[in-house]
Ligand binder design. Sequence first.
Ligand SMILES: C[S@@+](CC[C@H](N)C(=O)[O-])C[C@H]1O[C@@H](n2cnc3c(N)ncnc32)[C@H](O)[C@@H]1O
Length: 189
Amino acid sequence: MIRELPWRSIRELCQEACLFTIGSACDELSKQRPLRLAIEVGSWHGCSTLVLAQYFPRIICVDLWGDLLDGASLPEKAGRAESFDQFLTNMQKNDLYDKVVFPIVSTSEVLNVFKDSLEADMVFIDACHYLDPVRLDIQNAKRHVAKDGLFAFHDYHHEQVKQAVDELIATGEFKVHSQGGWTIILNRA
Ligand SMILES: C[S@@+](CC[C@H](N)C(=O)[O-])C[C@H]1O[C@@H](n2cnc3c(N)ncnc32)[C@H](O)[C@@H]1O
């Protein structure tokens, strides 16, 4: 039996501080140009997917949906965590099957299969929160951020996420665009 998420409607989700920050940035971007693609690295139940879906015609959701061990999703349990059923339910209930593409793969693999940049308007990182995995996600994902796109991170209050994001900012490639709740959003410097 799938546990539903009765706790928040999309409207309520958009008001939650971290997701409000994402929604506001997407809203601002959508007023500047038509949005094409978002990449979400770590989707879990699909709460942030629902917010992105308010703005994007296409979202690539990368997750293993395996049970979590120390914040990492287990490859051997890929697609078998309860979170995957919940993700599917949320996508179905909100008619999002024609908007979302959801490869059940490790974040470290999928973004490397594309030779060229996917030029995403937004890449949102929210997978494993340990230092090396976040560094790796940044390394693999950053080339897919469009020239005038946004690179967003959840859980910036988390020490290791903060360190990895701060290292990226220190390279001078990206600078802070906005921040709210536990979300930080960067754009190209
Ligand atoms: C914090 S949750 C994502 C929450 C979601 N963005 C939201 O706001 O609703 C983190 C997700 O990252 C996934 N994850 C962690 N490590 C991963 C890895 N190496 N490859 C793929 N997915 C991974 C987990 O399966 C989990 O569903």
